[in-house]
Design a protein around this ligand. Structure first.
Ligand SMILES: [Fe+2]
Ligand SMILES: [Fe+2]
Length: 305
């Protein structure tokens, strides 16, 4: 065994200079692009609360968090470029709908409690998905994930801390938190993707050591982690079937509404059109910045020559 297969078998990393199967490269570009798009689109639900944060402290925290997500998007686009992808092309594919982003960001953020719940549950689910990616087989992706995971854990904590404050506040604040948890719990479980039985690419991604755990394993880990955290907050998770299973050593939970998941992925979520419209206008309004940067680079190159 030589080359690509040997590197995978030895649990080492594939680097940009290495030969790799075309399908591996294509899978990696698709996965990294989808991840990058999720980071960038993911700035929107919370971004809209920056101007309405209830205090300077909350505003500073939220601003830093949303800015981190922009940074995550940038590392990931750069990782995709090491595979020969073109960033302008990836952005065009996001805007045209040819490439996807996480379904979770197609849900609205209706109150400031959503900022806390997104940090707790959405960033929490992202951490479950992303920690194993620090050991994924493609080197530049694995290395980007190390820093990203450190920042995600700050995101999760800031969300949880906000919810701690709110649940110890007025009855109205507690109600706001519960209402936000009711809306975000099920979409968070969808972040792990379809059930294993309906996830045709999982086996190949596991063989290539891109994925280390299946969707259902990660979903279970997230549920097990979240239940005691919900108890500590004093909020109810909206699932009547949720209970500890002594035999399995895990929490049992109800069935995710997979029809809703497919509808949202298919473009019919509550905010799909808005998210893409905002991204498109930001891209168009930023054209002058890209042009100016290119003109500046050309001028410097000319001077150096
Ligand atoms: Fe992120
Ligand atoms: Fe995050």
């Amino acid at each position: 065994m030589t080359g690509f297969d040997a590197i995978i078998a030895r649990d080492q990393r594939i680097e940009p200079r290495d030969r790799m199967p075309d399908a591996y490269r294509a899978t990696m570009v698709r996965q990294i692009a989808q991840h990058a798009h999720s980071e960038i689109i993911g700035m929107q639900p919370e971004g809209r609360w920056i101007t309405r944060a209830p205090s300077l402290r909350r505003k500073a925290i939220l601003l830093a968090k949303v800015q981190d997500e922009a940074g995550h998007g940038l590392y990931l686009y750069a990782a995709a470029e090491t595979l020969g992808a073109d960033r302008a092309d990836l952005t065009a594919k996001l805007i045209s709908g040819a490439q996807k982003y996480s379904s979770i960001f197609n849900y609205p953020s209706l109150t400031f409690a959503d900022v806390g719940v997104i940090g707790w549950l959405v960033d929490g689910a992202a951490i479950c998905n992303q920690v194993p990616l620090c050991r994924t087989s493609y080197g530049p992706y694995a290395r980007a994930m190390i820093r990203i995971c450190k920042e995600e854990s700050f995101h999760q904590r800031q969300g949880y801390e906000l919810l701690m404050r709110m649940t110890r506040g007025t009855p109205e604040q507690r109600e706001m938190v519960q209402e936000a948890v009711d809306r975000w719990w099920w979409p968070s479980l969808m972040m792990f993707g379809p059930p294993d039985a309906e996830s045709p690419n999982t086996a190949r991604s596991m063989a290539w050591k891109i994925k280390r755990h299946t969707n259902d394993e990660l979903r279970q880990r997230f549920v097990d982690m979240s239940v005691p955290q919900a108890d500590a907050l004093g909020v109810r998770l909206p699932d009547p079937e949720l209970r500890w299973n002594e035999e399995r050593g895990h929490y049992d939970f109800g069935e995710v509404d997979w029809a809703e998941f497919r509808r949202v992925i298919g473009g019919e979520g509550p905010c799909n059109a808005e998210r893409i419209a905002v991204r498109r206008s930001a891209h168009e309004e930023g054209a002058w910045v890209r042009e100016a940067a290119e003109a500046h680079a050309a001028k410097r190159a000319g001077r150096a020559a």
